[in-house]
Write a protein that binds this ligand. Structure first.
Ligand SMILES: [Zn+2]
Length: 398
């Protein structure tokens, strides 16, 4: 019971930030003295600090705010994208302590080279952590299908990876003594947008991310929809055009062959390496400047985006669709087209309750989601971390 209440409290503080004791009491339905004991326990473990009480002007004693302590528990977050790699150290409360991203155009790198590069990115961030800030776990976001049980990337068509034991590789190469969890990039984007982005408080949510590939993280009734092994949400491979282009997955006419970066460039008659972000940016700039071929390409992708979204809306009845990656940049140019396709194709009842917005966390949404994934076990059971007094005793003994 106590473990459960500690978890509820810490999850709230982690997601919502500083909260007064009286708000915690109101929010949890626990009484004041219980909240006092629980906050004391969380403070003893280094997770929170209490601020000074300020008079609110209302009746009763002033209530001190409880702050999550970023250096109380730190996640190492890593991301493997087709065109970039990133690392971050993220403390409780979602506070980013350090972050680095490097572009890596071209897409195809071996898992070993990729993990070496991740280690080069992560090491300085870990060295720069405040003294005594414990790294409790690592999370990795990757553009591929991930078996949740063991963090194995079953297949990542746009990286050319098959059956890569990514969790084990990262743990070994970075010499980590903490658990390493791996998740699909769009799933983790959905997670961070839900906790602290454009989807806060919205429990039926689709996060749709477009780059070279297209993926979705789907949250239904507040729970992530993963499927039997965690491979669900691959809406980029919805077959939408039987006479369309060959897809990286081996099929033909998948949705991502009509709306991914490759489709955008192809429609404008431009060629570029997969994951060439500069070529995509130039094309979008040209479309904004009124270039006819660029505008036509953008418009066609907008139409296909709306066509596929209508299907997604009909299947999942989300309250909100959050667009990330390429789609976040594309949306302002094609919002009317997307809306028109949704109006014409989605079921009226589902269409009426959904809005389409762009990501609040931008390019870092999956990286921040990897941090959420890493912290999840501790947030579920804060007693995993001993009180600071015992930690110091252990440290003195070592
Ligand atoms: Zn496909």
């Amino acid at each position: 019971m106590r473990r459960h209440n500690l978890s509820v409290l810490l999850r709230h503080l982690h997601a919502a930030g500083p909260t007064t004791r009286s708000d915690l009491t109101a929010r949890t339905g626990l009484n004041r003295s219980t909240i006092g004991v629980l906050v004391g326990d969380l403070a003893a473990r280094g997770f929170v600090v209490e601020g000074k009480a300020t008079a609110t002007g209302g009746p009763g004693r002033p209530s001190p705010p409880v702050h999550p302590r970023p250096e109380g528990a730190v996640a190492l977050a890593l991301e493997v994208d087709v065109d970039s790699l990133a690392a971050a150290t993220v403390g409780l409360g979602g506070h980013v302590l350090g972050r680095r991203r490097v572009d890596r155009p071209g897409g195809r790198f071996s898992p070993e080279d990729t993990v070496d590069e991740l280690a080069r990115l992560a090491r300085p961030l870990l060295r720069r952590l405040p003294a005594g800030a414990p790294v409790v776990a690592a999370g990795v976001a990757v553009v591929g299908l991930v078996r949740v049980g063991d963090g194995c990337v079953r297949v990542a068509p746009n990286l050319g990876w098959v059956d890569v034991p990514l969790a084990a590789l990262v743990r070994r190469r970075l010499r980590l003594r903490v658990p390493v969890a791996v998740g699909n990039e769009a799933d983790l984007g959905a997670r961070s947008e839900h906790v602290r982005g454009a989807g806060v408080g919205i429990d039926d949510l689709v996060y749709l991310s477009g780059e070279v590939g297209v993926g979705a993280g789907i949250i239904v009734g507040g729970r992530h929809l993963g499927g039997a092994e965690g491979y669900g949400g691959e809406v980029g491979h919805l077959p939408v055009n039987p006479t369309g282009q060959a897809c990286g997955c081996g099929s033909v006419g998948c949705w991502e062959t009509e709306v991914g970066e490759g489709a955008l460039l192809r429609r404008a008659g431009r060629s570029a390496e997969p994951g060439d972000r500069t070529a995509v940016r130039t094309l979008l700039d040209d479309a904004r400047a009124g270039d006819d071929a660029a505008r036509a390409a953008v418009e066609a992708v907008g139409r296909w985006l709306g066509v596929g979204l209508a299907g997604v809306v009909n299947v999942f009845n989300p309250r909100r669709v959050v667009l990330g990656g390429l789609f976040a940049e594309l949306h302002p140019l094609v919002a009317r087209t997307v809306d028109a396709e949704l109006d014409g194709r989605a079921l009226d009842a589902s269409r009426a309750v959904v809005d389409v917005v762009v990501s609040a966390l931008g390019v870092d949404a999956p990286l921040l989601g990897a941090a959420e994934l890493a912290l999840d076990e501790l947030l579920g059971d804060p007693t995993r971390m001993p009180p600071l007094a015992e930690q110091n005793k252990d440290a003195a003994r070592e």
